[in-house]
Design a protein around this ligand. Structure first.
Ligand SMILES: [Zn+2]
Ligand SMILES: [Zn+2]
Length: 249
């Protein structure tokens, strides 16, 4: 059917591929498919595989044996969420990609990142789960014009075929940067700064939530967001981040 928009779109896509052959999303070299990395960049991008901490997704030594294992941090720090995963280690090419997305130079990275998040989050996904981003304070949102975590959560929701609520959470207080703070300082800085949007609460009561952020360092921001969701009546909260700062990485 020539008038079918899907046919038109497919035709347009192949015409565009002739004009613009697929390129590596990191270095721009030719690749076999759209929205992927070339072989060299793939090897320089530390995807997390193998045994991971079931709470934060950090890699652990040893083999998967079908039971949940936890890292030292998650055994000592309160984690109000249930389970967590991360797609990448925050270093090398992964750090470069995360920063390019965060600073708005490469918003197109959200789409491939959505695929990586989907793969990492697969063990956590449940039917009817609601996906929501960790919020930015509105003053920061005005300055930056986008929330990179919301771009990621939207891409993930699309990949996973799950509901997305981009403004489920609000930052009620403008928190200072987490950079340069120790772990206790990071937790104190965000305590009580995040709450559920009063007009979105109905969407989340009794549901399993998956919170999305770009980077997990101490986990303080995710803890604040998860606590707010549990207090507002979520059935459970899990978290997924694009990159995890790991101690020995
Ligand atoms: Zn490349
Ligand atoms: Zn952990």
């Amino acid at each position: 059917m020539i008038g079918d928009p899907r046919v038109l779109r497919a035709g347009l896509q192949s015409a565009l591929q002739l004009l613009f052959p697929p390129q590596c999303i990191s270095c721009g070299d030719p690749t076999v498919s759209d929205f992927g990395l070339c072989g060299v960049c793939w090897r320089q991008t530390p995807f997390i595989t193998g045994l991971v901490c079931d709470r934060c997704g950090t890699p652990l030594p040893g083999e998967e044996e079908g039971r949940a294992e936890y890292c030292d941090d998650c055994l000592t720090v309160a984690r109000p969420w249930e389970r967590g995963r991360s797609a990448l280690l925050y270093r090398d090419n992964a750090r470069k990609l995360v920063l390019a997305l965060k600073h708005g130079d490469r918003l197109d990275l959200a789409r491939p990142a959505g695929g990586w998040l989907h793969r990492a989050a697969r063990p956590l996904l449940r039917d009817g789960m609601l996906i929501a981003p960790v919020p930015l304070h509105w003053t920061r949102l005005v300055r930056r014009r986008f929330n990179q975590s919301a771009l990621l959560s939207k891409a993930l929701a699309r990949e996973a075929g799950l509901d997305h609520c981009p403004d489920l959470l609000l930052r009620t207080r403008r928190t200072q940067s987490q950079d340069g703070r120790d772990r206790d300082g990071r937790f104190a800085n965000v305590a009580g700064a995040i709450r559920v949007h009063p007009r979105r609460r109905d969407r989340m009561v009794g549901r399993h939530l998956l919170l999305v952020d770009d980077v997990m360092t101490s986990g303080a921001t995710l803890a604040g967001a998860a606590e707010a969701c549990i207090a507002a009546g979520a059935a459970s909260v899990s978290v997924v981040t694009l990159a995890r700062v790991a101690k020995d990485a």
